[in-house]
Design a protein around this ligand. Structure first.
Ligand SMILES: [Zn+2]
Length: 271
Protein backbone atom coordinates (compact mmCIF):
# COMPACT_ATOMS: atom_id res chain seq x y z
CA UNK A 1 0.00 0.00 0.00
CA UNK A 2 1.46 3.32 -1.02
CA UNK A 3 0.60 5.57 1.83
CA UNK A 4 3.54 7.88 1.22
CA UNK A 5 2.15 9.62 -1.82
CA UNK A 6 3.67 12.76 -0.42
CA UNK A 7 3.04 15.82 -2.54
CA UNK A 8 5.04 18.17 -0.36
CA UNK A 9 8.32 17.33 -2.08
CA UNK A 10 9.77 15.23 0.70
CA UNK A 11 9.25 17.81 3.41
CA UNK A 12 8.12 16.94 6.91
CA UNK A 13 5.67 19.77 7.04
CA UNK A 14 2.29 18.27 6.21
CA UNK A 15 2.05 15.79 9.03
CA UNK A 16 -1.73 15.85 9.28
CA UNK A 17 -2.14 15.02 5.60
CA UNK A 18 -0.46 11.64 5.82
CA UNK A 19 -3.19 10.25 8.06
CA UNK A 20 -5.80 10.82 5.38
CA UNK A 21 -4.84 7.51 3.87
CA UNK A 22 -6.26 5.82 0.85
CA UNK A 23 -8.16 3.33 3.00
CA UNK A 24 -10.55 6.01 4.14
CA UNK A 25 -11.61 6.72 0.57
CA UNK A 26 -12.32 3.07 -0.09
CA UNK A 27 -14.28 2.78 3.13
CA UNK A 28 -16.31 5.81 2.22
CA UNK A 29 -17.31 4.29 -1.10
CA UNK A 30 -18.45 1.14 0.63
CA UNK A 31 -20.55 3.01 3.16
CA UNK A 32 -22.08 5.17 0.45
CA UNK A 33 -23.40 2.06 -1.18
CA UNK A 34 -24.53 0.59 2.11
CA UNK A 35 -26.31 3.80 3.03
CA UNK A 36 -28.06 3.90 -0.29
CA UNK A 37 -31.54 3.38 1.00
CA UNK A 38 -33.82 6.29 1.55
CA UNK A 39 -34.94 7.13 4.99
CA UNK A 40 -38.51 8.32 5.34
CA UNK A 41 -38.78 12.09 5.43
CA UNK A 42 -38.77 13.42 8.95
CA UNK A 43 -40.70 16.18 10.57
CA UNK A 44 -38.77 19.37 10.90
CA UNK A 45 -39.96 20.40 14.32
CA UNK A 46 -38.31 22.49 16.99
CA UNK A 47 -35.56 20.00 17.69
CA UNK A 48 -33.78 20.04 14.37
CA UNK A 49 -30.42 20.73 15.96
CA UNK A 50 -30.74 17.89 18.50
CA UNK A 51 -32.05 15.63 15.77
CA UNK A 52 -29.00 16.41 13.62
CA UNK A 53 -26.59 15.61 16.44
CA UNK A 54 -28.45 12.40 17.25
CA UNK A 55 -28.37 11.30 13.60
CA UNK A 56 -24.65 11.97 13.27
CA UNK A 57 -23.85 10.13 16.50
CA UNK A 58 -25.99 7.21 15.47
CA UNK A 59 -24.31 6.96 12.06
CA UNK A 60 -20.91 6.87 13.77
CA UNK A 61 -21.98 4.34 16.40
CA UNK A 62 -23.38 2.10 13.66
CA UNK A 63 -20.20 2.18 11.63
CA UNK A 64 -21.60 4.14 8.73
CA UNK A 65 -18.64 6.44 9.31
CA UNK A 66 -15.74 4.72 11.07
CA UNK A 67 -13.06 6.30 13.23
CA UNK A 68 -10.54 7.81 10.81
CA UNK A 69 -13.12 8.21 8.05
CA UNK A 70 -13.77 11.53 6.44
CA UNK A 71 -17.40 12.59 6.56
CA UNK A 72 -19.12 13.27 3.24
CA UNK A 73 -19.17 16.88 1.99
CA UNK A 74 -21.46 19.23 3.93
CA UNK A 75 -24.01 19.53 1.16
CA UNK A 76 -24.38 15.76 0.84
CA UNK A 77 -24.52 15.13 4.58
CA UNK A 78 -27.08 17.89 5.12
CA UNK A 79 -29.26 16.43 2.37
CA UNK A 80 -28.94 12.97 3.88
CA UNK A 81 -30.11 14.13 7.30
CA UNK A 82 -32.60 16.47 5.67
CA UNK A 83 -31.46 19.64 7.44
CA UNK A 84 -29.93 22.92 6.33
CA UNK A 85 -26.18 23.26 5.96
CA UNK A 86 -26.21 25.90 8.70
CA UNK A 87 -27.76 23.42 11.16
CA UNK A 88 -25.33 20.72 10.10
CA UNK A 89 -22.37 23.05 10.62
CA UNK A 90 -23.64 23.94 14.08
CA UNK A 91 -24.04 20.27 14.98
CA UNK A 92 -20.57 19.38 13.66
CA UNK A 93 -19.05 22.19 15.67
CA UNK A 94 -20.71 20.76 18.77
CA UNK A 95 -19.33 17.29 17.99
CA UNK A 96 -15.92 18.82 17.47
CA UNK A 97 -16.05 20.34 20.94
CA UNK A 98 -17.02 16.92 22.27
CA UNK A 99 -13.99 15.38 20.52
CA UNK A 100 -16.02 13.08 18.30
CA UNK A 101 -14.92 14.72 15.05
CA UNK A 102 -12.06 16.98 14.09
CA UNK A 103 -11.56 19.32 11.20
CA UNK A 104 -8.38 19.18 9.16
CA UNK A 105 -7.44 21.95 6.79
CA UNK A 106 -5.57 21.68 3.55
CA UNK A 107 -5.62 19.52 0.50
CA UNK A 108 -6.58 16.35 2.34
CA UNK A 109 -8.70 18.24 4.79
CA UNK A 110 -12.27 17.72 5.85
CA UNK A 111 -14.21 16.60 8.89
CA UNK A 112 -12.93 13.31 10.29
CA UNK A 113 -14.34 10.96 12.87
CA UNK A 114 -11.91 10.88 15.80
CA UNK A 115 -13.60 8.64 18.33
CA UNK A 116 -16.66 6.53 18.96
CA UNK A 117 -19.28 8.37 20.92
CA UNK A 118 -20.40 6.59 24.08
CA UNK A 119 -23.89 5.19 24.04
CA UNK A 120 -26.58 6.85 26.04
CA UNK A 121 -26.03 5.39 29.48
CA UNK A 122 -28.66 7.40 31.22
CA UNK A 123 -31.29 4.97 30.11
CA UNK A 124 -30.00 2.36 32.57
CA UNK A 125 -30.82 -1.30 32.25
CA UNK A 126 -34.40 -2.10 31.68
CA UNK A 127 -35.03 -5.81 31.22
CA UNK A 128 -38.16 -5.14 29.21
CA UNK A 129 -36.00 -3.15 26.84
CA UNK A 130 -33.40 -5.92 26.65
CA UNK A 131 -35.99 -8.56 25.87
CA UNK A 132 -37.70 -6.40 23.27
CA UNK A 133 -34.46 -5.38 21.54
CA UNK A 134 -32.86 -8.83 21.32
CA UNK A 135 -36.03 -10.56 20.16
CA UNK A 136 -36.78 -7.94 17.54
CA UNK A 137 -33.17 -8.06 16.33
CA UNK A 138 -33.44 -11.83 15.94
CA UNK A 139 -36.50 -11.44 13.72
CA UNK A 140 -35.00 -8.63 11.63
CA UNK A 141 -31.59 -10.22 11.10
CA UNK A 142 -33.04 -13.62 10.26
CA UNK A 143 -35.50 -12.16 7.79
CA UNK A 144 -32.87 -9.91 6.23
CA UNK A 145 -30.44 -12.81 5.68
CA UNK A 146 -33.19 -14.90 4.12
CA UNK A 147 -34.31 -12.11 1.78
CA UNK A 148 -30.78 -11.22 0.66
CA UNK A 149 -29.89 -14.90 0.05
CA UNK A 150 -32.89 -15.16 -2.25
CA UNK A 151 -31.83 -12.08 -4.20
CA UNK A 152 -29.55 -11.90 -7.19
CA UNK A 153 -26.86 -9.52 -5.98
CA UNK A 154 -24.95 -7.32 -8.39
CA UNK A 155 -21.16 -7.48 -8.44
CA UNK A 156 -21.06 -4.18 -6.58
CA UNK A 157 -23.44 -5.41 -3.90
CA UNK A 158 -21.41 -8.58 -3.41
CA UNK A 159 -18.30 -6.47 -3.07
CA UNK A 160 -19.97 -4.22 -0.49
CA UNK A 161 -21.03 -7.22 1.57
CA UNK A 162 -17.62 -8.86 1.34
CA UNK A 163 -15.90 -5.61 2.37
CA UNK A 164 -18.22 -5.25 5.37
CA UNK A 165 -17.52 -8.85 6.38
CA UNK A 166 -13.76 -8.54 5.96
CA UNK A 167 -13.73 -5.22 7.79
CA UNK A 168 -14.83 -6.89 11.01
CA UNK A 169 -11.56 -8.87 11.20
CA UNK A 170 -9.55 -5.68 11.15
CA UNK A 171 -9.44 -4.92 14.89
CA UNK A 172 -8.25 -8.46 15.76
CA UNK A 173 -4.71 -8.50 16.98
CA UNK A 174 -4.60 -4.75 17.36
CA UNK A 175 -4.56 -2.55 20.42
CA UNK A 176 -7.29 -2.62 23.05
CA UNK A 177 -8.57 0.72 21.81
CA UNK A 178 -8.81 -0.51 18.24
CA UNK A 179 -10.66 -3.64 19.13
CA UNK A 180 -13.50 -1.52 20.41
CA UNK A 181 -14.02 -0.47 16.82
CA UNK A 182 -15.39 -3.95 16.32
CA UNK A 183 -18.80 -2.90 17.59
CA UNK A 184 -19.18 -0.28 14.86
CA UNK A 185 -17.76 -2.60 12.19
CA UNK A 186 -20.08 -5.37 13.32
CA UNK A 187 -23.05 -3.01 13.16
CA UNK A 188 -21.99 -2.00 9.67
CA UNK A 189 -21.89 -5.63 8.56
CA UNK A 190 -25.39 -6.36 9.79
CA UNK A 191 -26.80 -3.10 8.48
CA UNK A 192 -25.25 -3.82 5.08
CA UNK A 193 -27.30 -7.02 4.92
CA UNK A 194 -30.40 -5.10 6.01
CA UNK A 195 -29.77 -2.50 3.28
CA UNK A 196 -29.24 -5.20 0.67
CA UNK A 197 -32.78 -6.46 1.20
CA UNK A 198 -33.85 -3.38 -0.73
CA UNK A 199 -36.55 -2.80 1.89
CA UNK A 200 -35.89 0.64 3.40
CA UNK A 201 -38.29 0.13 6.30
CA UNK A 202 -36.47 -3.04 7.29
CA UNK A 203 -33.10 -1.29 7.04
CA UNK A 204 -34.36 1.57 9.19
CA UNK A 205 -35.79 -0.77 11.82
CA UNK A 206 -32.52 -2.74 11.83
CA UNK A 207 -30.50 0.45 12.39
CA UNK A 208 -32.71 1.63 15.24
CA UNK A 209 -32.67 -1.79 16.89
CA UNK A 210 -28.94 -2.16 16.42
CA UNK A 211 -28.38 1.16 18.15
CA UNK A 212 -30.37 -0.10 21.13
CA UNK A 213 -28.39 -3.36 21.17
CA UNK A 214 -25.12 -1.41 21.07
CA UNK A 215 -26.23 0.67 24.04
CA UNK A 216 -26.83 -2.57 25.95
CA UNK A 217 -23.51 -4.07 24.78
CA UNK A 218 -21.76 -1.00 26.10
CA UNK A 219 -22.85 -2.03 29.56
CA UNK A 220 -21.15 -5.41 29.54
CA UNK A 221 -17.41 -6.21 29.39
CA UNK A 222 -15.82 -6.45 25.96
CA UNK A 223 -15.00 -10.11 25.26
CA UNK A 224 -12.16 -10.64 22.83
CA UNK A 225 -12.78 -14.31 22.03
CA UNK A 226 -16.28 -13.34 21.04
CA UNK A 227 -14.88 -11.11 18.29
CA UNK A 228 -13.16 -13.95 16.45
CA UNK A 229 -16.16 -16.22 16.88
CA UNK A 230 -18.44 -13.50 15.52
CA UNK A 231 -16.19 -12.94 12.51
CA UNK A 232 -16.30 -16.61 11.65
CA UNK A 233 -20.07 -16.62 11.92
CA UNK A 234 -20.24 -13.58 9.63
CA UNK A 235 -18.15 -15.38 7.01
CA UNK A 236 -20.54 -18.34 7.08
CA UNK A 237 -23.57 -16.08 6.75
CA UNK A 238 -22.03 -14.42 3.69
CA UNK A 239 -21.18 -17.80 2.20
CA UNK A 240 -24.79 -18.95 2.61
CA UNK A 241 -26.05 -15.71 1.05
CA UNK A 242 -23.73 -16.11 -1.94
CA UNK A 243 -24.86 -19.75 -2.26
CA UNK A 244 -28.49 -18.56 -2.33
CA UNK A 245 -29.13 -20.87 0.59
CA UNK A 246 -31.84 -18.80 2.27
CA UNK A 247 -32.54 -21.37 4.99
CA UNK A 248 -28.89 -21.71 5.98
CA UNK A 249 -28.43 -17.92 5.90
CA UNK A 250 -31.44 -17.45 8.17
CA UNK A 251 -30.34 -20.21 10.57
CA UNK A 252 -26.80 -18.87 10.81
CA UNK A 253 -28.04 -15.30 11.32
CA UNK A 254 -30.33 -16.55 14.10
CA UNK A 255 -27.49 -18.44 15.79
CA UNK A 256 -25.35 -15.33 15.60
CA UNK A 257 -28.02 -13.07 17.08
CA UNK A 258 -28.69 -15.63 19.82
CA UNK A 259 -25.02 -15.53 20.80
CA UNK A 260 -25.29 -11.81 21.48
CA UNK A 261 -28.55 -12.38 23.29
CA UNK A 262 -26.94 -14.96 25.58
CA UNK A 263 -24.09 -12.62 26.42
CA UNK A 264 -26.43 -9.75 27.18
CA UNK A 265 -28.77 -11.84 29.27
CA UNK A 266 -25.84 -13.46 31.08
CA UNK A 267 -24.42 -10.15 32.15
CA UNK A 268 -27.51 -8.03 32.50
CA UNK A 269 -30.30 -10.33 33.64
CA UNK A 270 -30.95 -10.03 37.31
CA UNK A 271 -29.38 -6.60 37.54
ZN1 LIG B 1 -22.17 -9.72 14.09
Amino acid sequence: MDRNADDSGGGVGGKADVTADAGATEEADVTEAAAGSQRPARLRGGNVFEHTIAELLRAIRLGQYLVGDKLPPERELAARINVSRATLRQALSELQTAGVVSVRRGRYGGTFVTRLPAADREAGIDLGELDDAVRFRLILDTAAARVVAARELSAEERETLTAAEQGCWMPLGSSAEDIEQFRALDARFHLTIAELTGIPSLAEAAATTRDRINALLDQIPFIHTNVEHSCMQHARIVEAIFDHDAEAAATLAAQHAEGTEQLLRGFLDGK
